[in-house]
Design a protein around this ligand. Structure first.
Ligand code: SF4
Length: 382
């Protein structure tokens, strides 16, 4: 494994070896690829992805969802391409999409070729169901012609039977072997524009498989836990796996996969990156857990503020605190704070009281305060 970092001294022993003298954050060195205008791997920041769940053939519905996801911070959006109607619809989607589009292909290599013809920015292939060397080589040849990268997306649920038998079931070794088998074909046809993902529904198997991949190759790695579950379960499983991997320097892009409406996927992705200190793009919301002293609807206001702020660019902290016990302390740490006090709700800006907060629309009031703060500070920088 190679390592890189801006502020640290580091050495490496090549793949499989890992030594570092750590004085700053360290990331596994990977080669860089481009998806549309977005870079993945190398010195690019870890990017956040999501996926639509409306029929891909319905271009208007897809575009509406892509715009919503991009508004919440998705920098790349994947669409499923289950049939030729979907493959043909891609051209219209790509023309109107604000972010690069990835085509998710299973079983049928012709769909991959059609997606490339439609101008897809990237392909995702599952080595578990597009296995023939000739098919993979043909797709790679056309992708090379178009300058389009391909993700080899290994899922623990579709590891070929011979590999499961050879390695004693579904584990890090059989998952890596499935990826390696496809990588070998790409290497033979000299196609290097490849991203890898190795996803399992188990967080710790996902960690094991990705650590193996990072030790074996320098392809950029897309992180994700598959079939992670609905919002709470899926967010926790994804955060556990991704935090372990990212804190070990592994991972160049990520998608938090959740059952249902994908709109919170990019929001959870950003929370993970922000909590790890890897990237802060949107305001961070902190709020107290509430107790018998609570003087306001902390949970409701904090959730509404979080939803309103997702997608508003600004590295700052907004605190919502139910009473004066911990409120002033948090207010000092936060750029904007709303605190319940015996004499009413108080708004703090940069740790200083900035008047009473009155009216029913507390989330709206905080949003307004944040926008004014960002605008003031942006103009100051100008
Ligand atoms: S800040 Fe006040 S209301 Fe919130 S948990 Fe602490 S003591 Fe309770």
């Amino acid at each position: 494994m190679k390592l890189r970092a801006d502020n640290c001294i580091f050495v490496f022993r090549g793949f499989g070896g890992r030594i570092m003298k750590k004085t700053g954050s360290v990331r596994n060195f990977t080669r860089q690829i481009k998806v549309g205008d977005l870079r993945i791997g190398g010195d690019a920041p870890v990017s956040v992805q999501s996926m639509t769940n409306v029929p891909t053939g319905d271009v208007d519905a897809v575009i509406e969802q892509v715009r919503l996801l991009a508004g919440k911070g998705a920098e790349i959006v994947r669409v499923a391409v289950p049939d030729m109607k979907s493959a043909r619809a891609l051209a219209g989607i790509i023309e109107r999409s604000p972010v690069p589009i990835v085509s998710d292909i299973h079983f049928d290599p012709e769909l991959a070729l059609a997606a490339l013809e439609s101008g897809t920015h990237k392909l995702r292939l599952n080595p578990g169901n597009i296995r023939r060397r000739a098919d993979v080589a043909k797709i790679a040849e056309k992708a090379a012609e178009k300058g389009v990268p391909i993700r080899i997306g290994v899922n623990s649920g579709s590891i070929p039977g011979d590999l499961r038998e050879k390695y004693g079931g579904v584990n890090g070794d059989s998952m890596w072997a499935a990826a390696e088998r496809h990588l070998e074909i790409f290497r033979e046809v000299k196609f290097e524009n490849v991203v890898l993902s190795l996803k399992a529904s188990s967080a710790m198997l996902t960690v094991e498989a990705n650590e193996r991949a990072a030790a074996e190759c320098d392809n950029p790695i897309h992180l994700g836990v598959t079939e992670a579950g609905p919002d709470l379960t899926g967010s926790v499983r994804s955060a556990v796996a991704m935090s372990i991997l990212l804190s070990r320097g592994i991972g160049d892009t990520l998608r938090v996969s959740l059952s249902g409406d994908p709109i919170i996927e990019p929001m959870v992705g950003w929370e993970i990156l922000s909590a790890l200190g890897l990237r802060r793009r949107f305001p961070r919301v902190v709020s107290c857990p509430t107790c018998a002293r609570t003087r306001m609807d902390v949970a409701g206001v904090a959730a509404a503020v979080r939803d309103l702020l997702a997608g508003i660019e600004g590295d700052m902290t907004v605190a919502v605190m139910g009473c004066e016990v911990n409120g002033p302390g948090e207010a000092r740490e936060a750029e904007i704070a709303l605190i319940g006090t015996p004499s009413g709700l108080r708004l703090f800006v940069d740790g200083k009281p900035s008047g009473d907060a009155v009216g029913d629309d507390l989330p709206g009031l905080l949003l307004h305060a944040v926008e004014a703060y960002i605008s003031r500070n942006t103009h100051r920088e100008d």
